[in-house]
Design a protein around this ligand. Structure first.
Ligand code: SAM
Length: 283
C-alpha cells in the first residue's frame, strides 16, 4: 500500500509527497507531531498536518533566517530563538564562534525530543553547551526581557494555534524591549502568493513596522512551503540589512553554505513588483 502525505495550501491546491514510512505520530499537549520518511524530501516534520521542515530543503530556510542578520551584525553574542524546536536555526547559529549564548524558547518539549530522535542532521546542535532550552510560550518568556539580546529569531509556526501570540503587536513590542541598541529581529513572515498567507504576511509586517524603525521583507525559494515563495522579516532599531551589511567580515568567516551568500543577501530584499504592490499600503 503506497502512503502519501498531503498538505492543502488552499482548498483547491495541495502538496503531496509519496511517503516510505511514518517514523512517529504523537498528539502532544499543543499539537499533532508527525515525522515521515520520503524518497524525494528525505525525512520531514509536520505539526497539525502543516509542513515544518524537510531534510532536503531546510538548509534554505535556516541559512536565510540566520546568516542574513549575522552578516549585518557578525559580533552578535546573545541570541533568543523563539520556536525553532527542530534545531535548524540553532545549528546555523552555533557555527559562529562569536555566539556565546542561545536561549531556545520552544513551547513543546516533545518537538525537541522527537526531532533529536528522528532528525539528527537538523537537531544536531541542540546539545551545544551554549544552548539553554526553555519549554514555554515565547510571548510569556519575552515579557520578562529587557535589553538582553543582540538577535531574536522568531522561528514559529503559523499565526494560529500555539503560534498565534507570536504575531501580535504586544509580542513585537516585547521583542523590541528585549533587544539592545544594535539588536535585530528576524521572523518567518509567511508568503505573498495564496490569499490567506498574503493576509498573514501583511498583518505581521504592519505590526512589526509599527514597532521597529527599520523593517524590511526579504525572500527565499522553499519548495516544500506553500507556493515555494517564502518571506522573512528583518527588523531593527537602526541597523539596515543592506547598508550596514559587513560583507568582508562575514566572508572572512569562511562559513560553507549551500544557499546563502552575500550577493544573494542583497538580492533577497529586491521584491517582485506584485509583492511591492501588496505591501505599499501596509506600512
Ligand atoms: N520553519 C517552520 C515554519 O516556518 O513554519 C517552523 C519550525 S519550528 C518546528 C516551529 C515551532 O514553533 C514548533 O516547534 C512549535 O512548537 C513552536 N511554537 C509555536 N508556538 C509557540 C509559542 N507560542 N512559543 C514557543 N514556541 C512556539
Amino acid at each position: 500500500m503506497s502512503l502519501t502525505f498531503t498538505e492543502m495550501h488552499t482548498p483547491r491546491v495541495g502538496l503531496s509527497i509519496a511517503v516510505q514510512r511514518q517514523l512517529c505520530c504523537e498528539q502532544s499537549e499543543f499539537q499533532r507531531i508527525e515525522i515521515f520518511e520520503s524518497e524525494e524530501f528525505g525525512r520531514f516534520l509536520t505539526l497539525d498536518g502543516y509542513m515544518m521542515c524537510t531534510e532536503k530543503d531546510e538548509f534554505i530556510y535556516h541559512e536565510m533566517m540566520v546568516h542574513v542578520p549575522m552578516a549585518v551584525n557578525p559580533s552578535a553574542r546573545r541570541v533568543l530563538v523563539i520556536g525553532g524546536g527542530d534545531g535548524g536555526a540553532v545549528r546555523e547559529l552555533c557555527r559562529y564562534p562569536s555566539v556565546g549564548h542561545i536561549d531556545l524558547v520552544e513551547i513543546d518539549r516533545r518537538v525537541v525530543e522527537l526531532c533529536a530522535q528522528h532528525l539528527p542532521a537538523i537537531s544536531s546542535a541542540l546539545n551545544d553547551p551554549r544552548v539553554t532550552m526553555h519549554f514555554q510560550d515565547g510571548l510569556r518568556f519575552v515579557r520578562g526581557c529587557e535589553n538582553e539580546y543582540d538577535l531574536i529569531l522568531v522561528d514559529s509556526t503559523d499565526p494560529f494555534g500555539p503560534g498565534e501570540g507570536l504575531f501580535t503587536r504586544e509580542f513585537y513590542g516585547h521583542c523590541f524591549k528585549a533587544l539592545n541598541a544594535d539588536g535585530i529581529m528576524v521572523n518567518q513572515n509567511e508568503s505573498p502568493f495564496y490569499e490567506d498567507d498574503v493576509k498573514a504576511m501583511q498583518r505581521a509586517h504592519q505590526r512589526i513596522a509599527a514597532t521597529f524603525p527599520v523593517c524590511r521583507l526579504y525572500q527565499a525559494h522553499i519548495p516544500s512551503y506553500p507556493s515555494g515563495h517564502w518571506m522573512f522579516g528583518f527588523a531593527s532599531k537602526g541597523l539596515h540589512p543592506i547598508r550596514n551589511m559587513q560583507t568582508e567580515s562575514w566572508n572572512s568567516l569562511h562559513l560553507a553554505t549551500r544557499y546563502y551568500n552575500t550577493n544573494l543577501h542583497r538580492a533577497s530584499f529586491a521584491l517582485p513588483t506584485y509583492v511591492e504592490e501588496l505591501m505599499k499600503d501596509v506600512e
